[in-house]
Structures are given as C-alpha cells and as structure tokens.
Design a protein around this ligand. Structure first.
Ligand code: RNT
Ligand code: ZN
Length: 415
C-alpha cells in the first residue's frame, strides 16, 4: 500500500472522504493578483511606484517592467500552481499601443483585449479593479470622497470605465468578472468631519453602480487605515457593510489584512454568509502595519478556508489573493502564497466537519476538542503530495531550483 493509500484509510476512519476533497479542491478557482509581479507598479504612470495609501517595501532585482515580462513571469509562477486559476488585473495594467496613452478616466476595453487574449489562450478567468491610487489625481489623500467635484468626477469616470471594461471582459470570456473598488481615502490626523466625506463617497458609488453590467460582480473593499492615512478611513467596514447590505448586487470584500490585529475575517465570513449570496475575499497575511505579506499555511488561513468549507460556501466565497513582497523573488512569492492558500483549503476539506458540528450541538466540547486535535496530525502532507502529482506540478520546494534558474537567465538581465 502506498503512503497515500494509508493516509486515505486514516482519514476515512474519522469519516473523511479524501477523493471527494481532492475533487472539490481541483474545481475551486483561485484569483491570482497580477500585481505581485511588479510591486503594484502598473504600466500607466511614469513613476511606476505604489503610492497614495499603499506601499511596497524591498528592492529585489528583476521585477516585471511591461506586459510581456509580467505575462512571462505570471506563467512561470502558474506552472507551479495546481488547480483552476483566474488572473486579477488592475486598471493600471492597461496595454497601450506604441505611442498611445490615455488617462484612467478614458480607459476602454481595447486596452485590456490583449489580457483577454492571454487569458483565453491559458484557460484563465479574469477579475478586475479600478486603480484609485498611485496617480496625481489622488488629492489630499482623497478620491471618490474629495470635496472638489473635479477630483470626484475623474475617479467616478474611472470607476465607470472600469466597470464597462469588466463587463466586456465578461462578455468576451462568457463569464462573470469581479470588479472590486478599493480607495485609499482617509486622513492622517484627527478629522473635523467624518460624515460628509462618507456621504460624498455614497453619492459617488451610487453613480458608479447606476449602469447595469450583468457580467460584473460588484464589490467594495474596506480598510481600517492606510499608510499616511492613519486616523480615519472613509471606506470603513461599517460604511461598506451597510452600503452593500442596502444595495442589491453589491458585495463587501473582506481583506484579511484590513482589520484590527485581533479581528479575523474567518469569523466575518459566516456572519456575511447569513445575508449575502457572495463573499469575495482578499486572502493575505497582515504583519503589524503591513496588510500584505505572502500567504502561508498558517492558522488564520486554515481558519478562513474552514469557514468556506463548513458552510458549503465553495460557490459563494470568491477567493482572491492580495499580497506583494518586493524583498524576495517575486515568482517564488506568487507560488508560495498561492499554494499555501490551496493547501489551507485542502486542509479544511479534510477535517471531520460534520462530526465536529454534531459534537458542538450536543455540547460535547471535550470530544470536539480531542477530535479537532486528532485531525491536525493525520498525514495531510501525503494527500497534498498526491494532489500535486495528479495536477502535474512539482512537490513543495522542488520548483525553487527552476525559479532560481529563471532568475539567473531572465530576471538578472532586467535593468
Ligand atoms: C489595499 C487593498 C487593495 C490593494 C490592491 C492592489 O490595501 O488591499 O486590495 O492591495 O487593490
Ligand atoms: Zn486587498
């Protein structure tokens, strides 16, 4: 008997069907953010640097500088990632023809048609985001909530353009496209008025969402603070939760790094599922002030995935990644982060969830604790290895030498 067959028997002894878990894992798409490949720089600004409430740290050599390099690096990473994949794009990754450039409020579908072609060829889905940061029209740390109508107008038009692009991407792929709005808007120091900026944001959103886009899944992403905007964030959790709850078809995206340090989104997912038929996520790893370290196979990521599985919400929770580390090999960061999310999902699928639920309902808390602890040390690694074998991707760590080779051959040559 192989080690995998033995593992299967051990899981079966606690009532877990390993084949069913592997099957479910292989069908769940993960939306992989393009912005890990270039430190959220994008292609549309001369500066090419994340700013206005968002920041990357580190200067590891070899970041992607254009469409061709980003595509190549993404494919390199994707070749080590099992399962179904989507690519998550930001509007700042518009592809312009030679000599062409338009500002973000004038972007059109054709600037993303090359990405659609790429996605079709590679069998990827696409998700989309307006880019309301790293741009001179972010004034005084504000976009959609700015008191000046011209500033707001620019960003409203950008968000409307983004939704139309997302709609056309959806039509081209015969799919739904998640369009996520995150804005940095906030104040460094104690604000004198916390409500009027929020009312302006509410009006801006109402206008943005006024056009029907049947292929778009709309969502808004809250944050507790931004860099340089520490005292108040206009798009707070309460603001967006209430906005989404009162606007049909708008969802609240939960980013694991956007809450107070002792809050976790694993507890928020089941709360949101009581009211929403979709819960989009940014799976990431907060460390102190940074919300976006590379995802690991850690307790909170497992807890997040347990909530997805236990609540039969694999079709309702849209799993996207959002991390960017500029201090390590960016391809390796993608691979580790994405595989860790998938590993955590597999771990969740291999828990005796039904039995644990029954024990909780019967107040058998002792046995529940014992069973939870027992399930932790079953031969999970054998099952993950079998999944990698079946998916035709290398085992953990065994891809690193090839990534090193790519670094020597390709990344080192970049200026
Ligand atoms: C920023 C948000 C947002 C961005 C990306 C680039 O704090 O998490 O999701 O990370 O849109
Ligand atoms: Zn995010």
């Amino acid at each position: 008997m192989t080690a995998f067959e033995q593992a299967k028997q051990q899981y079966s002894a606690i009532g877990v069907d390993v084949e069913e878990a592997l099957n479910q894992l292989s069908h769940k798409a993960i939306s992989i953010h393009c912005w890990q490949g270039d430190d959220v720089a994008g292609f549309d600004q001369k500066e090419g640097k994340a700013s206005d409430g968002i920041q990357t740290t580190g200067n590891y050599p070899g970041k992607a500088r254009n469409f061709a390099e980003l595509k190549a690096d993404f494919l390199k990473a994707a070749s080590y990632i099992p399962g179904k994949k989507r690519i998550n794009l930001h509007a700042s990754y518009a592809v312009f023809g030679s000599g062409e450039w338009v500002d973000r409020d004038k972007l059109e579908y054709r600037h993303f048609a090359p990405w659609v072609e790429f996605a079709k060829k590679q069998g990827l889905g696409i998700d989309f985001n307006p880019t309301c940061f790293s741009h001179p029209m972010v004034k005084d740390g504000l976009t959609l909530s700015h008191p000046d109508e011209t500033v707001r107008r620019f960003w409203i038009n950008h968000c409307k353009a983004s939704r139309r692009i997302a709609q056309q991407i959806g039509e081209a792929l015969g799919d739904s496209v998640l369009n996520n709005i995150w804005i940095p808007d906030g104040f460094k120091d104690i604000p004198a008025d916390r409500m009027t900026p929020r009312l302006r944001l509410k009006d801006s959103l109402d206008e943005i969402f006024s056009e029907p886009c049947p292929n778009v899944i709309d969502c808004v992403e809250s944050k507790v603070f931004g860099i340089g905007l520490e005292s108040m964030t206009v798009g707070s959790n309460e603001f967006y939760t209430a906005y989404a709850a009162s606007h049909k078809g708008i969802y609240n995206l939960l980013d694991a790094g956007h809450y107070h340090p002792t809050e976790s989104i694993s507890d928020k997912i089941p709360a949101m599922l009581c009211f929403f038929d979709k819960v989009p996520l940014h799976v990431t790893r907060p460390v102190r002030w940074d919300s976006d370290h590379v995802v690991l196979f850690d307790d909170e990521t497992k807890e997040i995935m347990k909530e997805v599985v236990r609540n039969n919400a694999l079709d309702k929770v849209l799993i996207g990644l959002d991390f960017f580390d500029a201090s390590i090999n960016r391809i390796a960061a993608w691979v580790v982060g994405c595989r860790s999310a998938q590993k955590s999902l597999l771990f969740a699928l291999l828990q005796p969830n039904e039995r644990l639920r029954q024990l909780q309902d019967k107040a058998e808390f002792t046995e529940k604790m014992v069973l939870m602890e027992t399930a932790k040390t079953l031969p999970f690694g054998e099952v993950w290895q079998e999944y990698c074998r079946r998916q035709g991707v290398p085992q953990d760590g065994q891809w690193l030498e090839e990534v090193r080779h790519y670094e020597q051959q390709i990344l080192k040559e970049r200026g």
